[in-house]
Design a protein around this ligand. Structure first.
Ligand code: FMN
Length: 378
């Protein structure tokens, strides 16, 4: 029996397998509202057999969007369209998850294919999109040529923490069953955690525990509004890959603190903090971040999700089998093949006859398979 296709449970939420659709921003929302694009983008992964399907980074505040096309959940009116999507995902057997996000100093950016730069007058001329003021723990620009973000006042910090709680309430009303906090890749929660971006001298910066206060505040605020029976996951950058930044030892401590606040799993990514220092060379190979998931699982005694440069079913099977992580998330491979989980099931010999496929396609594929076999063509 495949380990990757063993069911799994976090709190009261059951997953039919360990495969997760990693959050993938589409930059196709208007004023933060989801639309048919998001329905089709996420719906095809449910039809493709993933156990947990995450909606992309979804802004808890309008100014917390990374680009003008980010999805949002800062207003009750945004719930309705999201509910249509969660309802479809559940009907098709996948658990709907949402990634709650605030971009902090990474806000007010162009879409990646318009060349990852801050919005400027040119964007207004070309697309009628204006930039806005970005917030951060300290007034340090994201990269050369980026504007200086506004250092957050204590009142603003508390407001954003509250916004995460309100977003959790709306997520529940929208039918999501899992929340992931985007605390990686240089987004606001990560900016508070990393000494490279948090140079505050008040209670929200300085010592390790002060830098963790924001993440802990976010976890508490979410738990206040989010049902006990549903899990909360944090996506952390286990290392900044920069000397003087976050290292795995810091992340293990952060994971322990979050676990004490009712966080159930750490989704283990790395990097993305930005700034003037160049990251250490990462040796990129299949599953190069899995070692962090394994280490956090063992040292912080919390469930983990592995992610990053994964595509081979046998390799992913090994991650769960060897207890390196409890779940496995894929992004780009699923863009290439949304049916990857179903194909993986066949390769791992847990679905030889299209039994796991939706009947509407499985029935036909089964018949065609038998014919091909009879004719000796496969
Ligand atoms: C189109 C696209 C959009 C992404 N958007 C997000 C996002 O909204 N939130 C996030 O945490 N990571 C985001 N990522 C990163 C992925 O979730 C994932 O961690 C990364 O791509 C590595 O996994 P992969 O090698 O399987 O693609 C995005 C990646 C892609 C390809």
């Amino acid at each position: 029996m495949s380990h990757l296709f063993q069911p799994y449970q976090l709190r009261d939420v059951h997953f039919k397998n360990r495969l997760v659709v990693s959050p993938m921003s589409q930059y196709r929302a208007e004023d933060g509202f989801a639309n048919d694009w998001h329905m089709v983008h996420l719906g095809r992964f449910a039809l493709g057999g993933a156990g947990l399907v995450f909606a992309e980074a979804t802004a808890v505040e309008e100014r917390g969007r990374r680009t003008p096309g980010d999805l949002g959940i800062w207003n009750d009116s945004q719930i309705k369209e999201l509910k249509r999507i969660t309802s479809f995902l559940e009907t098709e057997g996948s658990v709907p998850g949402i990634q709650l996000a605030h971009a902090g100093r990474k806000a007010s950016e162009r879409r990646p294919w318009h060349n990852e730069q801050p919005l400027s007058d040119e964007d207004y001329e070309l697309r009628s999109e204006r930039g806005w003021e970005a917030l951060a723990p300290s007034p340090l620009p994201y990269a050369n040529g980026w504007p200086e973000p506004t250092e957050m006042s204590v009142g603003e910090i508390e407001d954003v923490i509250d916004a995460f709680g309100e977003a959790a309430r709306r997520s529940k009303e929208a039918g999501f069953k899992v929340i992931e906090v985007y605390a990686a890749h240089g987004f606001l929660v990560h900016q508070f955690l990393s000494p490279l971006t948090n140079q505050r001298s008040d209670d929200w910066g300085g010592s390790d525990s002060n830098r963790r206060r924001f993440a802990i505040g976010v976890a508490r605020s979410i738990r206040k509004h989010w049902p006990e029976k549903y899990p909360v996951i944090f996506r952390l950058s286990a290392t900044d890959w920069i000397d003087g930044g976050i290292e795995i030892e810091d992340t293990i401590e952060t994971a322990k603190c979050l676990s004490n606040e009712g966080v159930d799993m750490i989704d283990c990514s790395t990097g993305g903090i930005g700034g003037k220092d160049r990251p250490r060379r990462m040796v990129i190979s299949q599953g190069f971040q899995v070692e962090f998931a394994k280490c956090i699982k063992e040292e912080a005694r919390i469930a983990t999700m592995a992610v990053g440069f994964l595509w081979d079913p046998q390799f992913c099977e090994g991650i769960v089998k060897n207890n390196e992580a409890d779940m496995v998330a894929l992004a780009r491979e699923l863009l290439d093949d949304p049916n990857w989980p179903l194909h993986a099931a066949s390769q791992l010999e847990c679905d030889q006859d299209y039994q796991l496929w939706p009947e509407e396609s499985g029935w036909w594929l089964q018949k065609r398979g038998r014919l091909l076999q009879k004719l000796g063509l496969r």
